[in-house]
Design a protein around this ligand. Sequence first.
Ligand code: C5P
Length: 208
Amino acid sequence: MHIAIDGPAASGKSSVAKALADHFGFLYLETGRMYRAVALGLSRGIPLDQLRLEVTEAGRFLLNGEDVTDELHTPALDRGSSEVATRRDVRERMVSLQREIAEDRDVVMEGRDIGTVVLPNAEVKIFLDAAPEVRAERRARQRHQRDIEPILEDLRRRDRRDRTRAISPLNPASDAHIIDTSEKALTEVILAAIAWVKERSGKGDTPV
Ligand code: C5P
């Protein structure tokens, strides 16, 4: 089974996707980290055609053999990844790698274009959204920052770029289940998502 989780930055995608993957025993793939790793490689002066990106079974991201997993969530790569994500050559490579990883296996994949482009036949598609102010507060807490304003600015800029880019813009697939998480606790969203997956898989209360 393929589960696609999409939505803007800090909408709760990673927490929900991880919880679903744990609950159902599926592979979890955070595609944002792939774009971040490419941005990191390009910022180091490595040309795109010499970038080798691998995702290990343990969920580590290797850039030309080096484990960069824990270096990817920085403000510079927030910006850099959303810039490289507008490039057609980058997206084509990422999408084919993502499809390869999902082939013949159960996966929860999260990103921006999973339900629309990467896995259009996913059995379950969930689109998470939340007000920008709420997302900025969450991000500030995650990164132990007090000042919300610059984070909010950055999120708005990134949202705009993600939603208006020519290739694979961020928007819900027509058959996605949309959850607004602004006023919901994370556990509530996770329980709703698990219930939705079970309903879609048509197996009631038994695990998928
Ligand atoms: O999800 P995350 O915020 O880590 O993603 C970083 C950036 O990568 C996003 O702002 C977006 O521009 C890009 N991205 C994308 N398509 C995906 C995942 C991420 O364009 N499937």
